[in-house]
Design a protein around this ligand. Structure first.
Ligand code: GTQ
Length: 345
C-alpha cells in the first residue's frame, strides 16, 4: 500500500513518538521479486583515469592525502559516492618513486590489484609484499599497512574495500600508525612462505591466523588459468577463486575474488548472481554487455555490474584470451544465507 489517508494530527503524533507506518514503506523496503539496487553499471577506462591520477600526483603530496586515490564513484548513487557497487568500494591509487603512503590500519578489509609499474610494495603487519602487475595483495581488517616505491615511474593499483558494508553497520574507522607498529610477525611470514611452497605450517599457527596468505601473485594464477583452460570442457567457465589455503574459504570475509579466462571470440553468459560486481581487466581486450549496456574494454580497465545483472563477456577473436578479475561481496551473501545464482540465457 502506498500513501494512506491518515489524519494530520495522527501523523504528527507518530512523528513525535519516533514512529512511522510500515505500510507506506513496505514495498520500498522490500521490493517485489528482486532487489531495487542503486548501482548503475559503468566502465572506467584506465586511459581516462591515468592522466587525472598523474595530475593528482603533481598537486597532492602523499603525506597530505594519506592515500592518493581517485574513487570509482557509482554514477547511480549521485556525486561523490564512495562505492562502486552496493558492497564494494573501489579506487585507483598512485604512488611515485621514493614516496611512502603512511602506516595506518582500519576496520574494513582491503585488497590491491596491481595495474602499472615496478618497484612498488605494500607492507602488511611487517610482511613485505612486492607489487607486480596483476598481483592481488590483501590488507585484512585491523592489520597495519603502508605502501612504498623503490622503482622508477608511477606505480598504480586498484584498491577494493568492503567499506560500504562497514559504513552501513556503523563500523568504519581507521587509526594512524605509530613508529615501529608495522613490524614483522615472523611466524606469520614463515607460515605464508610454507603455505606458498605447499609444505606444513607451524603447528601453533594452524588455523589461528585467519589470513595466512596475503599475496596472490598473478604469474601463478595466470599459469593456472591457462592450464585449467586446456582441461575445462568446451564452453565451461575457466575460473579460479582466491581462497585461504588452510580452510578453502574465501580469502577475505566479505569480499570475493575470482580470476577468469575468456577465450577469444567465444561469448560467455555467466549466471546472474545476487552480488553486484567489479570487473578488472588484467590482460586482453573484448567487450561485455551488462544489463543491455555494452562496454568495450582492454587491459587495465574496470567496469561494474549491479546485483543480478545480465552479463555477457566476449574477448576479441584476434586478441587471444582475456583475463578478468571479478571482485564482489559473494562471501558476505553466503554468510547471510542468501547467495543466489540464476541462469538467464
Ligand atoms: O591504501 O590503505 O583506496 O585506507 C582507501 C582507503 C586505499 C589504503 C583506499 C585506504 C587505502
Amino acid at each position: 500500500m502506498e500513501q494512506t489517508t491518515l489524519s494530520p494530527e495522527y501523523r504528527q503524533q507518530l512523528a513525535l513518538a519516533g514512529l512511522t507506518p510500515l505500510w507506506e514503506h513496505l514495498s520500498n523496503a522490500l521490493p517485489h521479486g528482486r532487489p531495487a539496487g542503486l548501482t548503475r553499471a559503468n566502465l572506467w577506462r584506465y586511459a581516462d583515469v591515468r592522466p587525472l591520477l598523474l595530475q593528482a600526483g603533481e598537486q597532492v603530496p602523499v603525506e597530505k592525502a594519506e592515500r592518493r586515490v581517485l574513487v570509482l564513484s557509482d554514477p547511480g548513487r549521485g556525486p561523490a559516492s564512495m562505492q562502486a557497487t552496493g558492497g564494494v568500494y573501489a579506487g585507483i591509487q598512485l604512488i611515485l618513486p621514493g614516496e611512502t603512503a603512511p602506516t595506518h590500519r582500519h576496520s574494513p578489509s582491503a585488497a590491491r590489484v596491481v595495474i602499472e609499474g615496478g618497484g612498488g610494495f605494500t607492507v602488511v603487519n611487517g610482511q613485505v609484499c612486492p607489487m607486480e602487475r596483476g598481483d592481488v595483495i590483501l590488507t585484512p581488517s585491523g592489520q597495519w599497512h603502508d605502501h612504498g616505491h623503490k622503482g622508477a615511474g608511477p606505480v598504480t593499483w586498484l584498491d577494493v574495500l568492503d567499506l560500504p558494508v562497514f559504513t552501513a553497520v556503523e563500523a568504519a574507522y581507521a587509526e594512524a600508525g605509530t613508529p615501529g607498529c608495522n613490524v614483522e610477525h615472523t611466524m606469520a611470514t614463515l607460515q605464508s612462505q610454507l603455505l606458498r611452497d605447499g609444505l606444513a605450517v607451524p603447528a601453533a599457527l594452524r588455523r589461528a591466523n585467519p589470513y595466512p596468505m596475503l599475496r596472490f601473485p598473478w604469474a601463478r594464477t595466470r599459469a593456472a588459468l591457462l592450464e585449467l583452460a586446456r582441461h575445462a570442457p568446451e564452453g565451461a567457465p575457466v575460473e579460479l577463486t582466491y581462497v585461504n589455503p588452510e580452510t578453502g574459504e574465501s580469502c577475505l570475509p566479505i569480499l570475493g575474488f575470482t580470476a577468469m579466462l575468456l577465450p577469444g571470440g567465444r561469448p560467455l553468459a555467466p549466471m546472474q548472481r545476487s552480488p553486484g560486481a567489479v570487473f578488472h581487466v588484467i590482460e586482453g581486450q573484448g567487450e561485455s554487455t551488462v544489463d543491455g549496456k555494452t562496454f568495450s574494454w582492454s587491459a587495465r580497465d574496470t567496469f561494474t555490474a549491479a546485483a543480478f545483472a545480465e552479463i555477457t563477456h566476449c574477448a576479441d577473436v584476434h586478441g587471444g584470451p582475456a583475463c578478468l578479475l571479478r571482485i564482489d561481496d559473494e562471501p558476505l551473501h553466503r554468510k547471510l544465507g542468501f547467495f543466489q545464482e540464476r541462469q538467464f540465457a
